[in-house]
Structures are given as structure tokens and as C-alpha cells.
Design a protein. Structure first.
Lengths: 271, 431
């Protein structure tokens, strides 16, 4: 565990790779609480919020976005070198994000689908989590991240302790809210039973299936859940696609969506 | 003989996403201005193919964390056009209410936390808060009101979960919305008070003629319906968009550039465009603020966009309050439909301007082709043109001041670079 020197302000930097900027916005949405932390934390690099940018090294770096270009690999290595604690924030940074859907496509064909001159564009064929490239001290999940979880992470590192965040499933949050179970009471393939809590179980509260924004929870049994849905008449392709969403390349979701494709869809394309 | 000089300024700040600006000068002649968007491509139009149309609003929301509602709105309206769905008046009004939430949130972020700092030499909204604690606090309060509206209608402010083809997953209960009224009324008073503050700003001269493009609507300030209007050309139907506007790829940017197809001329979208084309459709309090802060019939000064954003905030707060007072949770949350093959397009007004989506879908409810034309990529060419016009007036300044002035001008467009599905570091080359 890293301990910060007690007296001085900790230098915080915020960086982004391939992403929608939504998780940085969650930090900007912490307005009041950030001001309360201002005597302990100095934001030295946050391009979205400030024109002043300080050089490293940094005590704490928050990184949004996935690694999807050759330049990103260089940048994340440099950020790691400059940062005592590196925390990745959001589905892009922790699993490769929605743009990891390219990992299942033909990259050359994807390039020519969007660009008249694919040769001008420098990208990698895959979009991957930051932890696949450098050592990461803590991964904060979510698409987008939850501001209260972000504040807990910032406070915990200022206090030199591990963040206390739940690793149980969305189901627990549904029970707390008293929401009727989507997986049981509807024909929708809800990912709540295998998805980590943190969003407050908002999708089921809006009478729709969870689509896994916070990635797989601890001890999730993906196969058991998807086979249950398939047996109850949900098309296998629909179950597969619910896993190939914002956290498509999170390990458990990826293994399970590939298994469904192999075992249910490979022989006769279920369209 | 001229002396050669290259100036480099690093990443542009207080914009959403990443990009750079490259300026080449020969003496006092501006030779070339290039906005480089180095935001990594994320290939939305490619991976949307073969996805179920039901997944589209959740997937396209991820194009932009600042204006996810805009992406959800353009995508569902385009898909509804392809499916032949007509939404109910209740759903239509709730969608406008949701758009009000996003405009309030996105505009107040830009006005109070990102843009106003430029008028007082501050590096950030936090620095500005030391000089103007009341105004910045008011701005945060307005922003929180917008966020709260999105949370009730969509579950959360960033990537809301309630939008679907045909309507919503669940209609809000009337009580959930009326509970927001005190917050919205306070935000309204704060926004009207901010007009006095912005009226005192010193706006640099920047009066370049250009074509302004936005949706226009006979009865309402445009959000998700209308014709594509222009200050130079006759209005067109949204489904004629691709006949009149085209996207081209340039070497220096991962975002495609858009121009008028026939003349290859640039155009500008956003709050000033909407105001220039729809002033009469503003609600009275917002129209009065517009008459005070922006009295000319057509506003050309790009720096006045901050005032246009405030006008739109006031309009949205009034509309939101009225919509909530009139709301009854009646009827179906969404219209049922049967999948069919077809083609549909829609343009809605994202906070930063007209956002066009077009889809071809198959009879089994899958996307065959997706085309997404975001506002910032459409504005890119005009921003470059404006910078070329703006630079001669500031060339006598030291290089770092020139860079600062350019950055301020760029910020006035509120460029949302991460939206460039398909933006700023400044380098200057002087010869």
C-alpha cells in the first residue's frame, strides 16, 4: 500500500485515451465534493477542465479510455512512469469499452467502412484495457462510473487505504430497491445476476434488462445464466449480443459470448 | 526575405476530446490553418452493422458522454422513420423534456465552468470561482437541475437508460417530475440573473459572415423535429440532407469534414445558428434576454455564443417547468411495432448543433448501414476558415498570446471532439 506524505497536497492528473469523455464528466460532476477535497488534492492536469497543465510526476493519475492506437501504448507507459498511483476509470479503461466490438470484426474492412483513405488513419486492430499494457493500482468500473464510487476511491487513496466498493451483483441492489426481478418476471435476458453492483440497479427500475455497464461481478456464472435464458426461449444471438456491449472484452463476458457463438450459433447462423 | 519561425502550443484545453491546431504563416499572410482531430477512431458506423435495432440507442449514446441524449434522440427518430412509427404527443413532449435536461446540463457546463473563464483570464472554472463565487455556484446549481431532470427521465445523467424505439421503457410518475419543480424554478432565477453578468463581458470583435444552419420549426424552438434551415439557402427536408451536404476525409484529422455538396462551402451549426434561425420561437423570457444580449437579427460574432447558450438555458427551464406542470402519466410508454426493412433518417439539435443519423434496416430488425454526422465534424471547416480570418488581427501579439487567442475562439464553438465519430495542440509555422 502506498502512503502519501502527510503534509503536502497530492498532485492529481486526469488523462484520456479512446473514450466518450463521460467518466471525466463524472469527475466534473463532483463539484462540491471536489472543492471539499481541495486542501488535500491539487488538480495539476485535467485538460477538459483547466488550461493549466503541470508536468509530472503525479501522486495520483486517473485514466479514462482504452488502448486503441500505437500512440496510446506509448502514452500509457509514460503516464505509468510519471504516476505513483494509477487508477483506471470506466468500462473503456477497464475492459476496452464499446470500441472493443472491433475485436470481433475485420479491422481493415472497418477502416474502409468509415474512411475513404484508411491509410491516413493509425489504429490498432483491437481496443484493450489499460491493465493489459501497464500495472494498474485500481480499476473503477462503470459506463459511466458512479460519482460516489469515484469519491470513495479518491478519499481512500488520500487516507492510504483500499477503496471499499461492492463486488456483489446488481441483484443485491434490485432487492434493496424492491424492484421486481426482470430475469424472472419478464422474457428479457437481464445481465444483473452476473454484473457488478454500482449503478444502483437503474435498468430494472426502468423495467428493462441490465446490460452489464459495470462488468462481471465476482464469482459470476455466465454459462449457467445464459443457458437458463436460452432454455426459456431467448434467442441465443440476443443473449450473446447482450454480453457484447459496453464491456464486451471484459474477460468473463468475452469467454461467455464466444462460447454461445461457438456452441449455439456457429453451425447455423441464427438470424 | 522573411524569417522562418515555428511555434508549438500543446493540447487545446477545456474542450471535450482531443485535438491540435496547426497554423502556417508567411510573414503576415496566413497560408494554412488546420484543426487536427487526434481523437482515436472508434468505428461506430462499422460495428453497428448487423446489430439489433433495439441496441442502437444504448450503443450510439457512447459516442459522447457530454451529449448522449442527442445520440439517442437522433437514432430513435431515424429508426422510427424507417419503421413507419409515429410517436404519441406524450412521448414527443417527454423527449423534448429530456432534451431540455441535456441542453441545460451541457450548456451550463460550458458557460460557467469552461467558457466564462476566458473573459477574465482564468485557466479554469475553479479559478473563476475565486473571482465570481456567486455566479459559478449559480452555474453549478443550474447544471444540477439539468442533471436531476435527466436522472428522473433516464435513470442517470450520463448514458441514460430509458430511451427506446417508439418511446421509453417506463413513463415517469407525475410525482417524480413535480418534485423537480423547486430546483428548476431556482435554476431559472439563477439563469436570468446570469444574464446581467454576461451583459458586462467584453466580447472580442469577430464578425465574419457565414452560412448558419439549424433545424427550423414553425411552432417551437427546434429540438427533434423540423426542416433543415439556413441563413443562405432555402430550407430542405431532413431526408434531403445527404443531397445537399457531404462529408470528406482530410489527411490531418480523424473526423470527417462536412461542406455544402455543390459549392464545397463550409457552414456553422450550434446555439447561435439556432437563435439566428428561430429567435421568434423562443419563449418570452428567453426572447427578452436575447433581445438584450444579442439585439441584431443575425448574430455573427462567434464569441457571443456564450450568451446564446444562456438564452437557450432560460428557454429550456421555462419549457421544462411548463411540460412538468402539464404532464400526466397516461398511455403506453412506447409504441409497439413490427420489424420491416427500410431506410430512415433524422436530424435533431444536439447542444452543439444538428446531429444527423441515417439507417438502413433489414426485415429481421438488424442494422444494414449506419451513417452518423456529428455537429463538431460539420463545424470543423468553418472553424478553420474563421481562424484564418481572425488571425491577422492578432498577429502583432507574441506567439503565446496568439495561441491563447486562437484557443479562445475555438472554445467559443464548444467543440465536442469525442463526438467526432469518424479534436487540440497548436503548432505555428512562420516564414
Amino acid at each position: 500500500m502506498n502512503h502519501f506524505p502527510e503534509k503536502e497536497k497530492q498532485r492529481l492528473a486526469v488523462f484520456k485515451l479512446a473514450s466518450c469523455d463521460g467518466c471525466q464528466l463524472s469527475l466534473l460532476n463532483c463539484e462540491d465534493e471536489l472543492l471539499a477535497l481541495a486542501d488535500r488534492l491539487e488538480i495539476v492536469h485535467f485538460l477538459e477542465a483547466s488550461s493549466r497543465f503541470g508536468p509530472g510526476p503525479f501522486d495520483l493519475a486517473l485514466v479514462e479510455g482504452s488502448v486503441s492506437t500505437p500512440e496510446h501504448i506509448e502514452r500509457i507507459r509514460e503516464i505509468r512512469r510519471q504516476s505513483r498511483i494509477l487508477i483506471t476509470i470506466g468500462a473503456c479503461a477497464t475492459s476496452g469499452g464499446i470500441q472493443s466490438l472491433r475485436n470481433w470484426g475485420d479491422h481493415e474492412e472497418f477502416l474502409s467502412c468509415v474512411y475513404a483513405h484508411p491509410d491516413y488513419i493509425q489504429t490498432l486492430a483491437t481496443s484493450t484495457a489499460i491493465a493489459d499494457h501497464v500495472r494498474v493500482d485500481f480499476e473503477l468500473r462503470g459506463c459511466p462510473i458512479d460519482r460516489n464510487q469515484l469519491l470513495e476511491v479518491l478519499k481512500s487513496y488520500l487516507q492510504g487505504r483500499k477503496p471499499r466498493l461492492p463486488t456483489h451483483s446488481v441483484c443485491v441492489e434490485c432487492k434493496r430497491r424492491g424492484t421486481v426481478c426482470i430475469a424472472v418476471a419478464s422474457d428479457q435476458p437481464c445481465l444483473g445476476p452476473i454484473t457488478q453492483a454500482g449503478c444502483g440497479a437503474i435498468c430494472p427500475a426502468f423495467e428493462r434488462a441490465c446490460y452489464g455497464c459495470f462488468g462481471p461481478c465476482g464469482q459470476a456464472n455466465g454459462k449457467s445464466l445464459s443457458e437458463h435464458y436460452v432454455k426459456n426461449g431467448v434467442p441465443a444471438r440476443r443473449v450473446m449480443e447482450s454480453l457484447r456491449h459496453v464491456n464486451a472484452a471484459a474477460e468473463l463476458f468475452q469467454i461467455e459470448s464466444d462460447r454461445i457463438e461457438r456452441e449455439h450459433l456457429a453451425s447455423h447462423r441464427d438470424r | 526575405m522573411s524569417s522562418e519561425r515555428i511555434i508549438t502550443v500543446r493540447a487545446l484545453t477545456r474542450v471535450e476530446g482531443e485535438g491540435a491546431l496547426h497554423v502556417r504563416l508567411d510573414g503576415d499572410e496566413v497560408e494554412d490553418v488546420r484543426l487536427s482531430i487526434y481523437e482515436a477512431p472508434r468505428f461506430f458506423e462499422a460495428f453497428l452493422r448487423e446489430r439489433s435495432i433495439e441496441d442502437v440507442p444504448d450503443l450510439t449514446a457512447r459516442i459522447c458522454g457530454i451529449c448522449p441524449v442527442a445520440y439517442q434522440m437522433s437514432s430513435v427518430h431515424a429508426l422510427e422513420a424507417a419503421l413507419g412509427i409515429t410517436i404519441t404527443p406524450t412521448i414527443r413532449r417527454l423527449r423534448r423534456l429530456m432534451y431540455c435536461g441535456e441542453w441545460i446540463e451541457s450548456h451550463s457546463l460550458h458557460v460557467f465552468l469552461l467558457h466564462a473563464a476566458d473573459f477574465f483570464g482564468c485557466a479554469s472554472g475553479i479559478e473563476l470561482a475565486r473571482q465570481f463565487p456567486q455566479q459559478v455556484n449559480d452555474g453549478l446549481q443550474i447544471k444540477q437541475a439539468g442533471n436531476a431532470l435527466l436522472e428522473v427521465l433516464g435513470g442517470r445523467a450520463i448514458h441514460p437508460v430509458n430511451v427506446r424505439i417508439g418511446g421509453f421503457h417506463r413513463l415517469p410518475a407525475a410525482g417524480e417530475l413535480t418534485a423537480l419543480l423547486p430546483k428548476l424554478r431556482e435554476a431559472r432565477s439563477a439563469a436570468i440573473a446570469a444574464a446581467d453578468w454576461i451583459a458586462e463581458f467584453e466580447f472580442p470583435a469577430c464578425e465574419f459572415e457565414c452560412e448558419w444552419v439549424a433545424l427550423t420549426h414553425p411552432d417551437e424552438y427546434p429540438m427533434n423535429a423540423g426542416l433543415i434551415g439556413s441563413t443562405r439557402f432555402p430550407a430542405i427536408e431532413v431526408d434531403e440532407f445527404e443531397d445537399h451536404f457531404e462529408e470528406t476525409q482530410v489527411h490531418h484529422s480523424t473526423a470527417l469534414h462536412a461542406t455544402r455538396r455543390e459549392r464545397q462551402t463550409p457552414y456553422l451549426l450550434g446555439p447561435l445558428s439556432r437563435l439566428n434561425l428561430n429567435r421568434d420561437r423562443l419563449r418570452k423570457p428567453a426572447r427578452e434576454i436575447a433581445q438584450r444580449l444579442l439585439p441584431q437579427r443575425v448574430i455573427h460574432n462567434r464569441f457571443l455564443s456564450i450568451a446564446a447558450r444562456l438564452v437557450e438555458i432560460v428557454h429550456c427551464l421555462d419549457e421544462a417547468i411548463e411540460s412538468i406542470q402539464d404532464y400526466r402519466a397516461e398511455g403506453e410508454a412506447s409504441c409497439r411495432y413490427a420489424a420491416r426493412s427500410g431506410r430512415g433518417c433524422a436530424a435533431t439539435e444536439a447542444p452543439r448543433g444538428t446531429l444527423y443519423h441515417a439507417y438502413e434496416i433489414s426485415d429481421d430488425g438488424r442494422v444494414r448501414r449506419a451513417k452518423i454526422v456529428p455537429p463538431t465534424s460539420q463545424n470543423q471547416r468553418q472553424i478553420e476558415t474563421d481562424l484564418a480570418h481572425f488571425l491577422p488581427a492578432v498577429l502583432d501579439q507574441p506567439d503565446d498570446q496568439i495561441a491563447l487567442s486562437c484557443e479562445k475562439l475555438i472554445r467559443s464553438y464548444d467543440p465536442c471532439i469525442s463526438c467526432s465519430t469518424h479534436f487540440l495542440k497548436l503548432t505555428m509555422e512562420r516564414r
